[in-house]
Design a protein around this ligand. Structure first.
Ligand code: APR
Length: 229
């Protein structure tokens, strides 16, 4: 049976594809207030502002391509059972070839109904005020905002508990519950962290740090893991 690799990714893996991170200098949260554009309160106050924010993000995403790190993770599937748990709302893991992806924080290329969260639609265009679902309610981005439940968390926890190897790439590990996932790994599981910057973490057993950008760090790690099999 193949060993199971579970990978948690954040904005840093898509940085070299040209998508801004949130908390680095010049990051998205420097120019936008989270409570205005990524919270249920913000949506209540000014739907146009929220829609415009995500419309801009979506237009930008459609110009972006996966980078070496996304492609390398897909290569792991030749020898491992791989689950990618991503906090990213982009589709670059899909375009890079990964086939088993859990989008913890939603997907930018989907829209959903505001009265029935099971009504989800593919969406590559701007969402405008007045765009409605089949039950006649306004469409919103299919994004998990701050203060909202994270419906895919249970699935992510189950995968993490089963991991033989756990990898964390390009996340500041400050947003919960995603940042707490690593604590569900078995003690003896080797854990790898790829990040060009130091990040503050509580003591985690069997953790190794690759102090590199995603393209170089993930490429190195994937080659090593493929050689080991
Ligand atoms: N390669 C790898 N990591 C990088 C790179 C790179 N080229 N460039 C930056 N990073 C790292 C930064 O050092 C930082 O630790 O990526 C991390 C990005 O952190 P954040 O901007 O906080 O993004 P993320 O951790 O994904 O944020 C979590 O917060 O705002 C919410 O919902 C949003 O999913 C997001 C969540």
């Amino acid at each position: 049976m193949k060993q199971k690799i579970v990978i948690l990714t954040g904005a840093g893996i898509s940085a070299e594809s040209g998508i801004s991170t949130f908390r680095d200098s010049g990051g998205l949260w420097e120019n936008h207030r989270i409570e205005d554009v990524a919270s249920p309160g913000g949506w209540k106050r000014d739907r146009n502002l929220v829609l415009n924010f995500y419309n801009q993000r979506r237009r930008q995403l459609l110009e972006c391509k996966p980078n070496r790190a996304h492609f390398a993770l897909a290569e792991l599937e030749s020898k491992y059972d791989v689950t990618v748990i991503t906090q990213n709302i982009d589709n670059l893991h899909e375009l890079g070839g990964s086939t088993n992806i859990i989008h913890l924080h939603g997907e930018l290329l989907k829209a959903r109904s505001t009265i029935d969260e099971t009504l989800i639609y593919e969406c590559k265009k701007d969402i405008e005020l007045g765009d409605k679902c089949e039950k006649d309610s306004q469409l919103r981005p299919h994004i998990v905002w701050f203060g909202e439940a994270v419906p895919k968390m249970d699935e992510a926890i189950v995968a993490t508990r089963e991991a033989d190897i756990f990898i964390v790439i390009g996340t500041s590990m400050v947003v919960y519950p995603a940042a707490g996932l690593i604590n569900y790994c078995k003690y003896e599981v080797p854990k790898w962290l790829v990040n060009p910057n130091e990040i503050a973490l509580p003591r985690i057993p069997n953790l190794k740090f690759i102090n590199e950008k995603a393209t170089t760090g993930v490429d190195y790690l994937v080659k090593r893991l493929l050689e080991e099999q």
